[in-house]
Design a protein around this ligand. Structure first.
Ligand SMILES: *Cc1c(COP(=O)(O)O)cnc(C)c1O
Length: 352
C-alpha cells in the first residue's frame, strides 16, 4: 500500500535523531552517558513549572483554553506589548506559519547549512525550496539572500544558527527585512545564549517573525511547546490555519510558570558562557565561535560520523553534522551539558 504515500516523504530521509549514538554507548556497556547531542538544558525543569504542570494535570478531562491565555499573559508580562502565537514546539509554529502563508509551488528561501526541519516542513506542504548558502565563515551574505529570495513567501534565517553557532547582526537582519517582499522567519531558538536583541525590529517591521522555544534554556523539551513574536495582522490567520486546541493545558501552564523563573535560565546561561570558552581553548581541533549553547567543531581530516562513533564508544553522545545539507563531512556539534559531561567530552576528544 506504500504507493499511497506522498512522493515528498519518499524522496527525503526525514529528521535525523541522535538515537544511534546512544545505542552505541549502551552496547559498550556505558550506563552514565554524556548527552551532548540535542542542545537541551541538562537541569530539570524549574520547580514552579513542575508545580504548575501538576496542577494543570488535574483538569485534563477538559479541553484546553484555545487562546492559551495563561501563556500569552506570561509572555506579555515578561516582554511587554507584543503579539504572540504558540504551538507544539517551535517546530509546530514553523509548520503552522508555512501552512498559513504558502500555497503549493510557492517559494520558501532557506539560509543553509541549518536546522533541517524548515525544508522538511516546507516540502511537506508543497513549497518550492530556494537554498541560499552561507559564506565560508558561515555568515549570511544579505545582498545575495535578497537577490535569491526577494520573491519568496517566507525567508528563513536561524540566528544563532544551528549547527554553526554564529548569529547574524541586528543591522543585517534589518537590511534583509527591507529587501524582501515576503516574511522573514528568524529562528531565535538559541537567542538567550547570545548578546543579540532582535526585539526592537518587531516594532518597526510588519514582515518579521521571531521563533522561540521552551525546549532549550527552559528545560521543557519533553513538553513540546514553542512560541513566536508575530506581526499583529498574522494572528487571526495563524489561528485559522492551526489545529484546534493545539497547545495542551499542561505544557501551557508549565511554560507560563517557567518564563518568570529567570534564575533557572541564568544558571544554565552562565554555565554555557564558561564552557564555550573552555571548549575553544581546550579542544585540540578548531572550535567555531558560538553564540549558542553548543559549539561546532572542525574535526578534519577525521570524518563526522567516525568521530561521533568513537565518542559514543567512550560514552559521549554528540551530533554528527553530516546530515546538515551544504556542510562538509568533518564537523560535529557538541552541546554544553553538565560539568561532568563537558569534562568527559574534553578528555575523550583530545585522545582522538
Ligand atoms: C531546537 C530547535 C528548535 C525548536 O525546537 P522545539 O523543540 O520544536 O521547540 C527550532 N529551531 C532550532 C534551530 C532548534 O535547534
Amino acid at each position: 500500500m506504500e504507493h499511497l504515500v506522498r512522493s515528498c516523504y519518499k524522496k527525503n530521509g526525514g529528521y535525523v535523531f541522535a538515537k544511534k549514538a546512544v545505542d552505541i554507548a549502551r552496547e559498550y556497556g556505558i550506563d552514565r552517558i554524556a548527552r551532548l547531542a540535542s542542545n537541551e538544558n541538562p537541569e530539570p525543569l524549574s520547580l514552579s513549572a513542575q508545580e504548575a504542570a501538576e496542577q494543570a494535570l488535574r483538569n485534563v478531562n477538559r479541553y484546553p483554553d484555545e487562546r492559551v491565555n495563561i501563556l500569552m499573559n506570561a509572555l506579555r508580562t515578561c516582554y511587554g506589548d507584543y503579539q504572540f502565537v504558540s504551538g507544539v514546539g517551535m517546530d509546530g509554529v514553523i509548520e503552522t506559519v508555512i501552512r498559513t502563508l504558502v500555497d503549493p509551488g510557492e517559494p520558501v528561501a532557506i539560509s543553509t547549512p541549518t536546522f533541517s526541519f524548515y525544508s522538511l516542513a516546507a516540502t511537506g506542504q508543497g513549497a518550492e525550496i530556494i537554498t541560499v548558502p552561507r559564506e565560508t565563515d558561515f555568515s549570511v551574505d544579505v545582498k545575495k539572500m535578497i537577490r535569491a529570495a526577494s520573491k519568496a513567501k517566507i525567508v528563513v534565517v536561524c540566528s544563532p544558527n544551528n549547527p554553526t553557532g554564529n548569529a547574524t547582526p541586528v543591522d543585517l537582519v534589518a537590511e534583509l527585512l527591507e529587501g524582501i517582499e515576503g516574511i522573514l522567519f528568524l529562528d531565535n531558538a538559541y537567542v538567550e545564549f547570545s548578546d543579540y536583541n532582535y526585539l526592537p525590529l518587531m516594532k518597526k517591521y510588519e514582515n518579521l517573525i521571531l521563533g522561540r522555544t521552551f525546549s532549550k534554556v527552559h528545560s521543557l523539551a519533553g513538553l513540546r511547546i514553542g512560541y513566536a513574536f508575530v506581526p499583529r495582522w498574522l494572528v487571526p490567520w495563524y489561528q485559522r490555519a492551526s489545529t484546534p486546541f493545539t497547545v495542551n493545558s499542561v505544557s501551557a501552564a508549565a511554560a507560563a510558570a517557567a518564563l518568570p523563573d529567570k534564575e533557572h535560565a541564568q544558571r544554565y546561561i552562565a554555565q554555557v558562557r564558561i564552557w564555550r570558552k573552555r571548549f575553544i581553548t581546550e579542544v585540540k581541533y578548531p572550535v567555531l565561535p558560538s553564540d549558542a549553547n553548543f559549539v561546532m567543531i572542525n574535526t578534519a581530516p577525521r570524518k563526522s560520523d567516525e568521530m561521533v562513533e568513537e565518542l559514543a564508544r567512550h560514552g559521549v553522545v554528540v551530533r554528527s553534522c553530516r546530515s546538515f545539507a551544504g556542510l562538509a563531512d568533518h564537523y560535529i556539534r557538541v552541546s554544553i551539558g553538565e560539568g561532568w559531561e563537558n569534562e568527559r567530552f574534553l578528555q575523550v576528544i583530545n585522545t582522538l
